[in-house]
Ligand binder design. Sequence first.
Ligand SMILES: Cc1cc2nc3c(=O)[nH]c(=O)nc-3n(C[C@H](O)[C@H](O)[C@H](O)COP(=O)(O)O)c2cc1C
Length: 362
Amino acid sequence: MTTLFEPTRLGDIALANRIVMAPLTRNRAQAGNVPGPLTVEYYRQRASAGLIIAEATQISPMGQGYLDTPGIHSPEQVAGWRKVTDAVHAGGGRIVLQLWHVGRISHSSLLPDGAQPVSSSAHRPNAKTFTREGFVDTSAPRALRDDEIPDLIEDYRRAAVNAIEAGFDGVEVHAANNYLLDQFMRDSVNDRSGPYGGSIANRTRLVVDIMKSVAGAIGAARTGIRLSPVTTFNDTPRDSDPQALYGHLIRELAPLGLAFVHMIEGETGGARAPADLVTPFDYAALKQSFAGGWIVNNGYDAPTATKVVADGAADAVAFGRPFISNPDLVRRLRENAPLNPLRAELLYGGGAEGYTDYPALP
Ligand SMILES: Cc1cc2nc3c(=O)[nH]c(=O)nc-3n(C[C@H](O)[C@H](O)[C@H](O)COP(=O)(O)O)c2cc1C
């Protein structure tokens, strides 16, 4: 029976164990959205994870949606991340970067020259974001023109190349939690006509093109994707047929030979089986059409994570909140040690408190 503590491979990425640190936005980037010394220390402390998926990181200035989130589009950002990856590698860990474009979950004050956020369509969600002025309503988005899509794909490709230059072992394209790529995939948002709207094949085209471009640039075996087929996070209703939509996407991605799919099961950070979901989502059906690595996430603890790996239903399990408050989560799971409680008021922004001051076991 496979345990959480056995090594595995996700494409070319060799993991010492199957416990993954989920991507976690902490809003502690420094001037220029550059990760600083505290961020180096934060990830260094967590290097015993089999794999760290570093926090969502904007691929371009237009991809930003919250204050003080890091980027991977400037030389200074690449240099800042290089210190993080060096520290994790020195600790024997592996780390990939989550590539992010928020789409309509943004505010003009965060965007170049006060620009309008961009999305598949000009529908404003009833969502808030965090700016220098505190929590504010997101700004009304505009629909990207078809002739702007090639530049967007190029931004993802270049960000992936920058991530490799910064020493990452690979990238995870963020196609979850209703940011830009979900805004294209879901018919609850996307009402475009043309090559990126209408049919499921058209709505998934952008994601598939991005995955091909990124995999072509850095290697499919270093490229993964994160999905959340039924989450309504960010005030975004589900697609009218999530099973068909994400099933089609996985079948399109399967031939690329990607390193992994990272699946958020249920409502991100909430119910694994949402009560309002009439037909339960069949994740196993998606896994069946994908030969690469399969990471699962959302509300796992030691017994449920142990079981999903033992059953062969996943290759690895990602932990989010438990990794924030337990830098040595792998050891604690192995030794069945108690976990530190999370200080939720210190999640977003600030300094060392609630970031690098959670104690490891003596
Ligand atoms: C503080 C915080 C920040 C998060 N930031 C991200 C992020 O940057 N990218 C992402 O895909 N998910 C993000 N999530 C979602 C987590 O990766 C994860 O899916 C969620 O916490 C559920 O896993 P858990 O039950 O193990 O915490 C975030 C969650 C929290 C609590």
